[in-house]
Design a protein around this ligand. Structure first.
Ligand code: ATP
Length: 269
């Protein structure tokens, strides 16, 4: 088995240890879009209840990697994957149950993508699909999820109005509530604040920081300050490879690899 970046059972970090106890373990992952290879031998362990940031220049494979964690790439024709991803001891590509996987590993996208329905119905959508019909149970899930996404107070008096009438920042927090409503363990976020103004961005960042007590969060961001502010660990991707993966303060203060340093200091990308 390939060596992994990170040892999960101790505070010793480095590139030579294997890990059995990470929430997510990725082993020698390669991904091809048809003939074109987009990920090369990615191996890393993602810790439970931490925020892990994926950074790197445009086109380096961050989103592709993120999508492998809940098999969203399965939806793209011609994708081939080798290697292994284990979440909670289960090889996610060996299991057939993609719906169960996507319940456990939720996703929030770059642009808020709410359905043209009420705020309530957006958040209740997933639980209803799972067969929850009881009104009291749904009410509880909707309130709990909106509270969990720090948007309850702003929307509690307008739950039955269209979600599309909310501001972009509010919509993105409802998207996070919609993800929370599925009771996931892991939440993947693909540049969740890139379409938001600075104040909404700050709110979502505060929310992410609060959420890590309950969830394992993996976030793609182009914003170096954001990665530095909110993440515990950072992986630097370049041309489909993980160049360096370490505690965020190490990546941003004393990176090992000159390419990481060049990127975070703005010398390229
Ligand atoms: N559906 C697809 N079909 C073919 N190639 C793709 C597809 N999606 C991504 N790619 C290619 O895979 C590579 C990695 O893309 P990806 O979107 O993962 O990078 P990224 O680091 O997330 O970029 P960005 O920061 O610009 O979002 C790029 O060369 C991209 O063109």
């Amino acid at each position: 088995m390939k060596k992994l970046l990170f040892k999960s059972t101790s505070e010793s970090f480095g590139s030579t240890t294997t890990t059995e106890h990470s929430k997510i373990n990725v082993y020698d992952l390669n991904l091809f879009y048809g003939e074109k290879q987009a990920l090369y031998g990615v191996s890393l362990g993602i810790q439970e209840k931490e925020v892990t940031a994926l950074i790197g220049p445009s086109g380096c494979g961050k989103s592709t990697f993120l999508r492998t964690l809940n098999r969203m790439n399965d939806l793209i024709d011609g994708v081939k994957i080798t290697g292994k991803i284990v979440i909670d001891e289960e090889d996610i590509y060996a299991s057939q149950d993609v719906i169960k996987l996507r319940t456990k590993v939720g996703m929030v996208f770059q642009k808020p993508n709410l359905f043209p329905m009420s705020i309530y119905d957006n958040v209740a959508y997933g639980p209803r699909m799972q067969g929850i019909k009881n009104k009291k149970a749904l009410n509880e899930i909707v309130e709990e999820s909106l509270r969990g996404a720090a948007i309850w107070d702003e929307v509690k008096d307008r739950l039955k109005t269209s979600a599309l009438g909310l501001s972009g920042g509010q919509q993105q927090r409802v998207c996070i509530a919609r993800a929370i409503a599925m009771k996931p363990d892991v939440i993947l976020m693909d540049e969740p604040t890139s379409a938001l103004d600075p104040i909404s961005t700050l709110k979502v960042e505060e929310l992410i920081t609060q959420m890590k007590k309950d969830y394992t969060i993996v976030i793609v961001t182009h914003n170096m300050q954001q990665a530095a502010r909110i993440s515990d660990k950072t992986a630097f991707f370049l041309n489909g490879e993980v160049i360096e993966y370490d505690k965020t303060d190490v990546i941003f203060s004393t990176p090992n690899d000159s390419r990481t340093e060049d990127y975070i200091t703005g010398r390229f990308g």
